[in-house]
Design a protein around this ligand. Structure first.
Ligand code: ZN
Length: 459
C-alpha cells in the first residue's frame, strides 16, 4: 500500500501545488430560454502560478464563441482548440489566453465576453440517449435552464474542487424563477425581463437553475430554513421532504459540527428534467431530477427520498477528497445517508443493499486505496458501498461514540483542504488502536468484503 500511496500523493502534488486558480467570477448573464442563447460579460479573477509571457488554458462550452478577453483594457490574443470529451464534461473546448510579458502581478482580472448556444446533447436516461456516448443535462430551453460545471458554461480553470467567489447578475424572461448558489437580492423588473443577483463566497461551482413554473415550499426550523423548488411535485410530498432533509441536516450538524459554506437557508431544487444523471450537491444547494421522482411516485415506489437527499446533504461536509481520493466523498456521504435513514426512518438494515452489491464484486475489483475516481464498471459499488461497509466495520469495532467523534475530528482536520487516500490513512490508522489492522485490510483488499474482518461485516 505504501508504494501505491506514494504514487497517489505525487499525483496530488502535481495537480494541486502551484496551479493557476480562479478567485472570483463577476458576471452579467443574459439568458433567452426560448432560443437557447446565453450572453456573458464580466470579470474573471485568477491567481497565476507563474507570471510572464505564457498561455493560460481555460475550459469553455464548445458551442460558445469567445468575443473578447482583455487585461487592463488591452485585448489579448485568444486561440481555441477542441478538448477531449469526458463523461462529466462532454462538450468542452480549450480556450488559450496569451498573457503578455508585462504581467508582473500573479493576481489578475480578465475582462471577458462570450456567448452562444449550448449544444443539444441527449439528456441522460431519456430514449434519445440510447446508443449515444455523450449526454448533457445542462440546458437552456423553453422549459428550464440548468447550468453547472458539466457544460463548462463559464470559463473554468484547473480541477473541480477549488473555491472562489461569485457575483452573478442574471437577466431572464419575466415570470421565471431562478435559483443559484449563495444568497439572492430581490429581483427587479425591466421591460420583459427579470434581473436577479446571486452572490456567494467560497463556492466550487456556478450553478443556475430556472423555470417558469417553480413553486417554493419553505420549512422553518430552530436553526435554519429549507426551501424546496419544484414545478410538478405534490405539495404534501415536498413538505415532508423539506422536514426530513432538515432533520438529516440537524443530525449531521450534531455529529460533525456546522459545515463550511452552509448558510441558514438550504435549498433543494427539483430541476424540471425528464430524467438525467443523479442529484448533485454544492453547499448549501442540492439539485435533483424532478422527472425521476415523479416516475417513482407514479409507480408507487417512492415514499421517501431521504436516502438520496441525505447523501447529497452529507456532501456539504464530505467533499475534500480529490483525485483518486474522491472515493472518500462518496463513502462518507453514503454512510452518513444510511446513518440518517437508520435514525430518522428507523430502518433496521440500512446497509442491506450495499452488502448485496459488494458481495457480487469480482475478486480482482480494485481496492479502495486504488479505485479510480469513476463510477463506471465496479467503481460505484466500490466507492459508495464497499467504503460504507468499511466505515461500518470501524464503527462496530470502535463503538458509536468513538467512531463519530473521530469522523468529526477528521472533518475538522481536513475541511477546506484537498486530500487523498494517504491523508485518510495517516489520520485514521494511529487512532484505531487495536483495530488498526482492520483499516489496511479494507483499504488494500481487492474484491468483495475482506475475508477476516469479523462477523458483522459479513452479514
Ligand atoms: Zn455523492
Amino acid at each position: 500500500m505504501r508504494r501505491v500511496l506514494a504514487a497517489i500523493s505525487l499525483l496530488l502534488a502535481a495537480t494541486t501545488a502551484n496551479a493557476d486558480r480562479p478567485t472570483v467570477y463577476r458576471l452579467e448573464i443574459v439568458l433567452d430560454p426560448p432560443t437557447g442563447s446565453i450572453e456573458v460579460r464580466g470579470e474573471v479573477g485568477v491567481t497565476l502560478s507563474t507570471v510572464g509571457p505564457r498561455v493560460l488554458p481555460l475550459r469553455l462550452h464548445e458551442g460558445f464563441e469567445v468575443r473578447r478577453v482583455s487585461l487592463d483594457g488591452q485585448p489579448l490574443e485568444v486561440t481555441t482548440v477542441p478538448a477531449e470529451a469526458t463523461r462529466l464534461q462532454p462538450a468542452t473546448q480549450l480556450v488559450k489566453i496569451h498573457l503578455p510579458a508585462t504581467v508582473e502581478d500573479p493576481e489578475i482580472q480578465l475582462q471577458v465576453e462570450y456567448g452562444g448556444h449550448l449544444n443539444r446533447l441527449p439528456q441522460f436516461g431519456t430514449p434519445a440517449a440510447e446508443g449515444e456516448d455523450r449526454f448533457l443535462d445542462d440546458t437552456i430551453d423553453a422549459e428550464r435552464v440548468e447550468l453547472a460545471w458539466y457544460s463548462a458554461w463559464y470559463l473554468q480553470l484547473g480541477d473541480f474542487g477549488q473555491t472562489f467567489e461569485a457575483d452573478l447578475l442574471v437577466a431572464l424572461p419575466k415570470g421565471w424563477t431562478l435559483v443559484g448558489l449563495g444568497e439572492p437580492s430581490p429581483p427587479t423588473q425591466s421591460g420583459s425581463r427579470t434581473r436577479v443577483r446571486w452572490s456567494a463566497k467560497a463556492i466550487q461551482d456556478l450553478v443556475l437553475i430556472a423555470s417558469p413554473d417553480f413553486e417554493v415550499v419553505r420549512v422553518q426550523q430552530d436553526d435554519g430554513t429549507v426551501e424546496i423548488y419544484s414545478s410538478r411535485l405534490p405539495r404534501p410530498f415536498v413538505k415532508r421532504q423539506a422536514e426530513e432533509i432538515r432533520t438529516a441536516l440537524e443530525l449531521f450538524e450534531q455529529t460533525l459540527g456546522r459545515a463550511e459554506g452552509t448558510s441558514a437557508t438550504v435549498r433543494l431544487v427539483y430541476s424540471p428534467r425528464k430524467a438525467g444523471q443523479g442529484g448533485y450537491s454544492r453547499a448549501p444547494l442540492i439539485v435533483a431530477s424532478e422527472g425521476v421522482v415523479l416516475d417513482g411516485l407514479a409507480e408507487g415506489e417512492v415514499t421517501s427520498m431521504l436516502g438520496g437527499l441525505a447523501h447529497e446533504a452529507a456532501h456539504f461536509w464530505w467533499h475534500f477528497g480529490v483525485g483518486q481520493g474522491d472515493w472518500m466523498n462518496e463513502t462518507f456521504a453514503e454512510y452518513f445517508a444510511r446513518f440518517a435513514v437508520e435514525r430518522i426512518l428507523g430502518e433496521e438494515r440500512p446497509l442491506a443493499r450495499a452488502q448485496r452489491a459488494v458481495s457480487r464484486l469480482p475478486d480482482d475489483a480494485p481496492p479502495l486505496a486504488e479505485v479510480p475516481a469513476d463510477n463506471s464498471g465496479d467503481g460505484y459499488t466500490i466507492r459508495y458501498f464497499k467504503g460504507s461497509l468499511m466505515l461500518d466495520a470501524l464503527r462496530t469495532a470502535l463503538g458509536d461514540e468513538a467512531f463519530f467523534a473521530l469522523c468529526r475530528e477528521f472533518y475538522l482536520a481536513f475541511r477546506g483542504r484537498r486530500i487523498g487516500t494517504r491523508e485518510f490513512h495517516s489520520f485514521w490508522q494511529p487512532r484505531l488502536g487495536e483495530h488498526a489492522a482492520l483499516l489496511d485490510l479494507w483499504l488494500d483488499s481487492p474484491g468483495a468484503v475482506p475475508a477476516s474482518t469479523g462477523p458483522k461485516a459479513e452479514l
